[in-house]
Design a protein around this ligand. Structure first.
Ligand code: GLA
Length: 454
């Protein structure tokens, strides 16, 4: 029996459930492959967890909640290393991580050659991997289970579910001329899935980076992001832009990333929430959007049609005045879609100006204006997102908006640090009042992009 890691001795700990007002609850979880129970209870404002199943010391290294409130009490690096060694009977060659992202502003602009301003969040995919001598892929997700396939099985639409992102990333790197071989890979993720925080880009980027380090390939983060995006576009079949993969690959801690999605020129803009006494909250509505279900692709086509009518290469090249002047030509719907894109690009640049001027506390109204535009002109919000934004503003938030593709997922609220509890409480109450399921509210900090950890 291996000695327990330090975390194993901690059978009671503080967990960031991020859900104020959380009641006593028993969560189902598994330790290794063994299901067990974890008791959570509120204690002086923080949520405590206690091991209530004696599953034995050999299993007590990892505690994981499998319910909607997911807990991972141990270091993910240690977790994937141990899981890899247990499953594949050898040590991994390395460990890599890639984060999810929140987009501060610049929504539905990336496929219009426009500007975006995302940050990497402190939720990530961590992978342990090692090469194989054959062309097999043995993939173990600590959350989703196991998949086995060969490189020749990978093609557009052929690999279902989470494994498609991993296999697609390897396929895409091979399309660059890299001689990609087989892989054993174990992964864990604490990026909420289907919440608009780019869990899929995190999976793609972590895999691209691991495969590149093991089998070779480009060093430039922009090239690597394009490789990850190709996996999403061609293998998974979602016509997403480049924002999520660039954010996951290229962000650095303490900054937001100003990205020109036409040239892929990226600039790190300091984003020091602590110095400004502010907190960036994510309000996860728990309503899942399905990017692939057509609405996203439909918005893309509308933008392309508007650009054609305006006789510009992309909506990035049109001004607000151009769009206003072409209202009749565009027709009611395309006019509103185009107006969102051109005004959103302007808002991104204005937010960057204010950040550069040290006025982080002055960006709130621009975030809220972005939401209004997405809700009314672009029509990609949802009742839960609108409720989250309205309640966050009522509770003292400086600005709030949906983030990501929309149709559910998450909202962001920028709030004075002192008001965070009030925002969470009032948003949660507003959801209850509407009969929506309780949202999960948590703070995010601008984190590091994809990198090798061991
Ligand atoms: C999704 C896509 C991105 C971007 C956003 C909307 O996250 O993956 O490329 O288009 O939606 O801003």
């Amino acid at each position: 029996m291996r000695p327990p890691t330090p975390a194993a001795r901690c059978t009671t700990g503080t967990a960031r459930l991020g859900n104020p007002g959380y009641d006593d609850v028993l969560l189902m979880f598994s330790v290794g492959q063994v299901p067990g129970k974890l008791e959570c209870f509120a204690d002086g404002g923080s949520t405590m967890v206690r091991f209530v199943d004696d599953t034995g010391p050999e299993w007590s290294r990892r505690y994981r909640a499998m319910s909607t409130e997911r807990l991972a009490l141990t270091d993910p690096v240690e977790e994937v290393r141990i899981a890899f060694a247990e499953r594949f009977g050898r040590e991994p060659e390395g460990i890599w991580a890639a984060p999810g992202r929140a987009n501060l502003i610049g929504e539905h602009t990336d496929y219009n050659d426009g500007f975006v301003l995302p940050l990497a969040i402190d939720h990530r995919v961590t992978v342990a991997a090692a090469r194989r001598a054959d062309d097999r892929l043995r993939l173990l997700s600590l959350e989703k289970g196991e998949r086995e396939l060969t490189l020749s099985d990978i093609g557009p639409g052929l690999v279902e579910g989470w494994a498609g992102y991993v296999a697609g990333a390897m396929w895409s790197l091979a399309r660059e001329g890299v001689e990609v071989g087989g892989l054993d890979l174990a992964l864990t993720s604490d990026v909420p899935v289907g919440s608009g925080l780019s869990s899929s880009a995190a999976l793609e980027c972590a895999t691209v980076l691991a495969t590149r380090d093991l089998y070779g390939g480009p060093g430039d983060p922009g090239r690597l992001a394009l490789i990850a995006q190709r996996a999403e576009n061609e293998i998974v079949g979602v016509p997403s832009g480049i924002m999520d993969q660039m954010a996951s690959m290229a962000c650095i801690a303490g900054h937001v990333l100003l990205l020109d999605t036409r040239s892929l020129v990226a600039e790190q803009v300091p984003f020091d929430l602590d110095a400004a006494g502010l907190t960036l909250l994510v309000i996860d509505t728990g309503v899942s959007h399905a990017l692939a279900d057509g609405a996203y692709a439909e918005r893309r086509r509308a933008c392309e049609a508007a650009a054609r009518l305006l006789e510009v290469p992309a909506l990035r090249d049109a001004t607000e005045a151009d769009v206003a002047a072409a209202a009749d030509l565009l027709g009611e719907v395309l006019h509103r879609r185009a107006r969102h894109v051109v005004t959103e690009n302007a808002r991104v640049l204005e937010v960057v100006d204010r950040l550069r001027a040290g006025r982080l506390d002055a960006i709130g109204p621009l975030l809220t204006a972005s939401h209004v535009s997405l809700r009314d002109d672009y029509e990609v919000s949802a009742p839960e997102l609108d409720t989250a934004v309205e309640a966050a503003l009522r509770a003292g938030g400086l600005g709030a908006r949906m983030t990501g593709a929309g149709f559910g997922g998450c909202a962001l609220a920028l709030a004075p640090a002192a008001e965070v509890d009030a925002v969470a409480r009032i948003v949660t109450a507003a959801f209850a009042g509407q009969g929506f399921r309780a949202p999960t509210v948590f703070a995010v900090h601008p984190a590091h992009g994809a990198r090798r950890l061991a």
